[in-house]
Structure formats: C-alpha cells, structure tokens
Write a protein that binds this ligand. Structure first.
Ligand SMILES: *Cc1c(COP(=O)(O)O)cnc(C)c1O
Length: 396
C-alpha cells in the first residue's frame, strides 16, 4: 500500500502517524528511510523543461526528497498547508515575522515570549519600522482592546518561556481574525503531539525542532507550518531570503520524530512526578507546571492540551541577600542535571532564569526561578540529585 495514501492516517494514533509519515518507502526501492540528498544543482532533460521549471526538483535550495519528507511529516502533524525549514528555532520566529510584517505595522507579542524573540523585535523589527507592544499572557479575549488599525500580527507562546503562563489561544485567534491579523504561535514546548495550534485558530505554528524532534541535543533547526491562507507569503519569504534546511539535519530531525511520541510520554511522566514531589517540599515556594492543578493556567491546559512535556520551573524559597547564592549552590551541587541552555534532549538540565526583560509579568517575589528539563534518566536518580542540590542551598 502506498504510504502517501491519505486514508492510511484516518483515525490512526499519534505513534502510528510518527512511524509512517513523511516519505513513502516505495519511492526509493523500498528502503524504509528517505535518502539524504546533498544537492545544489539538479539537471533538466532539455531546455524547454528548464525554461518552464517543469519538474519536481529544480535546485537544492528549493527542496530535496529529504527536506520534502520532513516537511510532509510536519504538515501531517500540524494539519498545515505547507512547512518551511530554517536553520534554528529563533529563525523559525524571525522568518515569519519578516514574511508578514512591513514598515508602519504594529505587532503584539506575548510578554512571556522566548527571550531572543524579544531581542529580534526590539532591534531589527523596530529598525525596519515595525512598532512592538508586549501583552499579558493571560489577557485572553481582552487582546481585542490592544488591536490597532495597523496591527498585523499577534504572536503567542504557550506555555510561556520559563514561567509557563498559559494562553487562551482560541480567544486570541478569534479576536485577531476579526481584525485580519495573522496569529503565530511558538509551539515548541507542547510539540504538535500535545497541541495542534491550527486547530485552535492559529495561522502559523513555529517549532524549535532543536528540542523534542531532535531529542539528542545535537541539532539546531526550526520549522514553520502555515495554513492555506498564509502559506503563500511564508513560502515567498523563504525563497526571497534564500533559506533552506540542511540535508543531514533534516534527515536527523525526521529520524527523531519517529521516537518523539514514546520519548515525550517518558518526559511527561517523569516531569510530573518530580514537579509533584517538588511541590511538597518546604524549600520550594511554587512549582510552575501547567499540568499541576495548583497552577493558575491549569484549566486552560486541561481544556486545550493533550499532554505536558518535560520542561517546567520552580521558585526556590530564598529571599534577601542570600537568594542568588542559594540558587547557585543548588545548581552547582547537581550532577545528572547539567547546567546548559536548550532542552528536549535525552539528558536532564537546569538553568537559573533571568526575568529582567519582562515588561508586564515581573519575577515572582518568593525567590529565584530555576528551570528544569527532565530527561530520560530514572526518576529516583534525578530526585537524589535534586536532594543534594537542596541540601547545598540549605547550607548557605
Ligand atoms: C529554544 C527555543 C527557541 C529557539 O530555538 P533554537 O533552535 O535554540 O534557536 C524558540 N522558542 C522556544 C520556545 C524555545 O524554547
């Protein structure tokens, strides 16, 4: 049976989709995986075909069987009309912003946004004549009051970076569309397995595929998937800017997607176990995890999301002069948790969170925020590691 047969996926579960989406083995002699095509030049059989570009592949920057397989996989997961591949998760934000915004436009950006996105907005977008306004992540339908005649784009991210605020995506998208604004969403945390933005009215779904799709902390890449209305402009921007996915990286991301479902289940279970355990500790002021009933955005998460991934934060109970030293002592004492940026790999990570860039949502008053990525290690070992961290903090 041809795997490109649409009906194959009707009613199929997420792991079945992950195992069979993207390429069709019968296109390449039955080999299960697509070839890694390294290409610039593609030859044409004659001048007439060349003049009309009348063949599937025309040049390496446009597409190859490898990038096509990955884009098809994302379209299948997101329900999108088209997907572009870009060299990083940050580029997956900046490229659509460049595609949809022009001088004189106004853009609304969620205040709990991934920090480098704020930097892009405050520097290059402002220089290009786009005015930027940050809004409260929990604004919901209230966003309508902030929409001006020149507002063209509303950027969402849920949960928010580091502090995990949830957003009512449907309410925001409905308000945006009444004013003909494009809605973009950074969906990196949930992946399309736990949230499908286009089903909630989002026009353009953004992923740092660096994270869970890669899964092994060894690839930097991004994807942007658009609905039919907004796909032409996105593709146009990709071609105008000369952006394309590298063959080996595209192959590795497709490879990572095959196991993403089972990895996420493990990340989810372990992270929730550790979050619940942390919540009961006296040295923890608060745990910021949308799947915990105590979390303010929990009801939205429960209503809209199918699961939670392995990244969350907690507030260390430590005020006053020693707060920072206690946070550093905690972090320095960890062994299985590495101190490093990014997440989504197989290994656990911890980072001190700096919220000084926020304009609306200020840092929690109870103490320093620490973000954890719970990897695929055994939970008992991770808890032991964290216990050592808390003991070190208590000694300060
Ligand atoms: C990591 C991350 C990005 C950027 O991805 P890079 O590949 O590291 O550039 C974008 N958005 C979110 C929410 C992220 O966590």
């Amino acid at each position: 049976m041809k795997k490109t047969n649409e009906s194959l996926f009707t009613g199929a579960g997420p792991n079945t989709r992950l195992a069979h989406m993207g390429n069709d083995p019968s296109d390449y002699h039955g080999f299960v995986n697509p070839p890694v095509v390294h290409a610039s030049t593609v030859l044409f059989p004659d001048a007439a075909t060349m003049e009309k570009r009348a063949q599937k592949y025309t040049y390496g920057t446009r597409s190859t069987p490898t990038t096509d397989a990955l884009c098809a996989a994302f379209d299948e997961l997101e329900g999108s009309a088209g997907t572009i591949l870009v060299p990083s998760g940050l580029a997956a934000i900046s490229v659509p912003f460049l595609a949809y915004l022009s001088a004189g436009d106004h853009a609304l950006i969620v205040d709990s946004v991934y920090t480098p996105c704020r930097n892009f907005c405050n520097t290059m977008l402002k220089r290009l004549g786009v005015s930027i306004e940050y809004y409260d992540p929990e604004i919901g339908a209230g966003i309508e009051a902030l929409i001006k005649p020149n507002t063209r784009l509303i950027h969402t991210e849920a949960p928010g970076s580091n502090t995990m605020e949830m957003q009512d995506i449907r309410a925001i998208a409905d308000a945006a569309h009444r004013h003909d604004c494009v809605v973009t969403m950074d969906n990196t945390w949930a992946t399309p397995l736990y949230f499908r933005p286009l089903d909630f009215g989002v026009d353009v779904s953004i992923h740092a595929t660096t994270k869970y799709p890669s899964g092994h902390s060894d690839i930097i890449m991004g994807s942007v998937s658009a609905n039919a209305k907004h796909w032409p402009k996105l593709e146009e921007a990709r071609i105008a800017l000369g952006i394309c996915g590298a063959p080996d990286d595209s192959y590795q991301i497709l490879r990572g997607l095959r196991t993403m479902g089972v990895r996420l289940e493990h990340h989810q279970k372990s992270a929730l176990d550790i979050a619940t355990w942390l919540e009961r500790r006296d040295d923890v002021a608060r745990v910021l995890h949308p799947a915990l009933p105590s979390f303010p955005g929990h009801a939205i998460w429960k209503r809209d999301f199918k699961g939670a991934s392995g990244v969350f934060s907690f507030v260390l109970k430590a005020q006053g002069d020693k707060a920072k030293a206690k946070a550093h002592a905690f972090l320095d004492a960890l062994s299985f948790f590495g101190l490093g940026y990014s997440w989504g790999g197989y290994e656990s990570l911890a980072v001190p969170v700096n919220l000084s860039d926020r304009t609306i949502r200020k840092a929690p008053p109870e103490g320093p925020v620490i973000r954890l990525q719970i990897g695929l290690e055994d939970v008992a070992d991770l808890k032991k590691d964290l216990e050592i961290g808390f003991a070190a903090a208590a000694e300060i």
